[in-house]
Design a protein around this ligand. Structure first.
Ligand SMILES: N=C(N)NCCCC(=O)O
Ligand SMILES: [Zn+2]
Ligand SMILES: [Zn+2]
Length: 332
């Protein structure tokens, strides 16, 4: 797509029923149909890093199926995300299910390739292990990034059964590797039993601030979004959403459910409150459709991914506009 072409949007659901044909995210074109894209929605069907119920390898395709019902205008952010920027479905990264270390390398390499084209990533997992290679790749491009991590869990544990790369450990590895900006790390929606109090002490030492699920309920979404925005400032931001941040009533289809979580409404509202942040890429992980009912979880996930792509598209459009205005000014 040259800068003068307008983005190719989703299949028109008033012409082709939205349940017809193979599912891409939001019925958007595939990357090979558009050549290049501003936002690449990419699947990572990998769940060898889980500590409990498996099945998140099927999450990306479940989210794509559920996303058939998304519409092109997002009133909550007053934006048509797929008209403001090219958003395309880049298919899946083929990661080895029998070798976690190799899978982590493959994911990092594939993310490098996509980011190298200038695209931002909206990754659909997969289990939370995949956040580490994605962050490595993003940090190569932007330097250490601010991290906003929506999850019931800390995911800063050290090892499971001696394994370093698991869905409970990506953010400890990322801090150790120096790929996160430790002045702007937040967990949101944390709750549930831990192994010991030390888990919290370790997490704090790494630089994380915690907004618990109960904090969201007591203080409300606007105040929480304000606090997060202030902490993040204008740093390049990566958002990682583990769908188990939602209460099991709102997201039963996941591998390690914990009672007392956010509602999908709270999650979506907090995300909308972050629309001014410099979001460089995001992931949405841990949707395990085998435990889902009536697509409850994958519908919630598709809407969260829609808000994230809207934030990215608005910024891409604003950046393009600013660049064009500067070029016009310079040409005078
Ligand atoms: N990232 C997710 N979903 N879960 C981590 C839970 C790790 C544990 O079993 O203690
Ligand atoms: Zn979790
Ligand atoms: Zn997680």
């Amino acid at each position: 797509m040259s800068s003068t072409d307008s983005p190719r949007g989703p299949i028109d659901s008033s012409r082709v029923p939205r349940y017809a044909g193979p599912a891409t995210f939001a019925r958007l074109p595939r990357l090979d149909e558009v050549g290049r894209t501003d936002v690449a929605v990419v699947g990572v069907p990998f769940d060898t890093g889980v500590s409990y119920r498996p099945g998140a390898r099927f999450g990306g395709n479940a989210i794509r199926e559920a996303s058939r019902l998304l519409r092109p205008y997002n009133p909550a952010q007053d934006a048509s995300p797929f008209a403001l920027a090219q958003v395309a479905d880049a298919g899946d990264i083929a990661a080895n299910p029998f070798n976690i270390n190799e899978a982590v390398e493959t994911i990092e390499g594939a993310a490098d390739d996509l980011l190298g084209t200038g695209a931002r990533l909206m990754t659909l997992g997969g289990d939370h292990t995949i956040a580490l290679p994605l962050l490595r790749s993003v940090a190569k491009k932007h330097g250490p990034v601010a991290l906003l991590h929506f999850d019931a869990h800390l995911d800063t544990w050290d090892t499971y059964f001696g394994a370093e790369y698991t869905h409970g450990t990506p953010f400890r590895r990322a801090v150790e590797e120096g790929i996160l900006d430790t002045s702007a790390l937040s967990h949101v929606g944390t709750r549930g039993p831990l192994y010991g109090k030390q888990d919290l002490t370790d997490d704090e030492k790494m630089g994380f601030g915690i907004v618990t699920s109960a904090d969201v309920m007591r203080r409300g979404v606007d105040e929480i979004a304000d606090q997060l925005r202030q902490r993040i400032g204008d740093r390049p931001l990566y958002i990682s959403i583990d769908i188990d941040v939602l209460d099991p009533a709102h997201a039963p289809g996941t591998g390690t459910p914990e009672a007392g979580g956010l509602t999908s409404r709270e999650l979506l509202e907090i995300l909308r409150g972050l629309s001014s942040c410099h979001l460089v890429s995001a992931d949405l992980v841990e949707v395990a459709p085998a435990y889902d009912h009536a697509e409850i979880t994958s519908v919630a996930a598709s809407h969260a991914a829609y808000e994230l792509t809207t934030i990215m598209s608005r910024q891409i459009a604003a950046e393009k506009e600013a660049k064009e205005a500067k070029e016009a000014e310079d040409a005078k």
